[in-house]
Design a protein around this ligand. Structure first.
Ligand SMILES: Nc1nc2c(ncn2[C@@H]2O[C@H](COP(=O)(O)OP(=O)(O)O)[C@@H](O)[C@H]2O)c(=O)[nH]1
Ligand SMILES: [Mg+2]
Length: 208
């Protein structure tokens, strides 16, 4: 016979889950069977090698694959949430290598509700290029909500981009900023929550 969880344990677990997700949304994988009330397209941009694919693995499945590589033009993962009685699906699009040739297409950016602009804290060049990625997206998806991500925070000893430079840039653009380590997981969950709240805040769902 299948052991059932004692009610107290169940209650405790529920409380823990509630605490983990601070805000109006919570992961609800069972919802995948239902049609979404709302679909969001999120794109992840930045120079090649900054850790976009690693970051997506962390955000979507809380895993980090050291040797991840892609064989198709685009990859995307879907995550489903329940937000105030609505089923919300978030499609996260990975460039899958197009950025290597600066050939990220307009159709990749078109219709994006949110964009994670990523750089590597050990690469000044990748930080300098963030502005270009930002301008590209704004041109195609003017209402897009952004977040700046400084990845590879575990490589602090090799840092070339000071946190305050990135913070100042983000402040000027009025977008949130956080440093993450896709490798170790630090900052990833927090970044995703801040980003999601920002994106949902512009949506009717948040005000229901
Ligand atoms: N130390 C460290 N390495 C990372 C991190 N994120 C990604 N990497 C490594 O950086 C390289 C590029 O990562 P990838 O996700 O493929 O970058 P992408 O080209 O932007 O998609 C890989 O060797 C990853 O293992 C991180 O947070 N810390
Ligand atoms: Mg990649």
């Amino acid at each position: 016979m299948k052991a059932t969880e004692p009610p107290k344990e169940k209650e405790k677990k529920k409380k823990k889950d509630e605490n983990e997700v601070t805000g109006p949304f919570s992961p609800e994988s069972e919802c995948i069977e239902f049609q979404a009330d709302r679909l969001y397209k999120v794109i992840v941009l930045g120079d090649s090698n900054v850790g976009k694919t690693g970051l997506i693995g962390r955000l979507m499945n809380d895993v980090f694959n050291e040797n991840s590589h892609s064989t198709v033009n685009w990859d995307f993962g879907i995550k489903t949430y329940r937000v105030r009685e609505k089923v919300v699906k978030v499609q996260v699009w990975d460039t899958a290598g197009q950025e290597r040739f600066r050939s990220v297409t307009k159709s990749f950016m078109r219709g994006a509700h949110g964009a994670l602009l990523c750089y590597d804290i050990t690469s000044l060049e990748s930080f300098d290029h963030v502005q270009k990625w930002y301008e590209d997206v704004i041109e195609i998806a003017p209402n897009c909500k952004f977040m700046l991500i400084g990845n590879k925070s575990d490589l602090n000893d090799f840092r070339y981009v000071y946190s305050y430079s990135a913070f100042e840039y983000a402040r000027q653009q009025q977008i949130p900023f956080l440093e993450t380590s896709a490798k170790h997981g630090s900052g990833c969950k927090e970044a995703w929550q801040i980003f999601m709240k920002g994106m949902l805040a512009s949506s009717f769902l948040y005000h229901l």
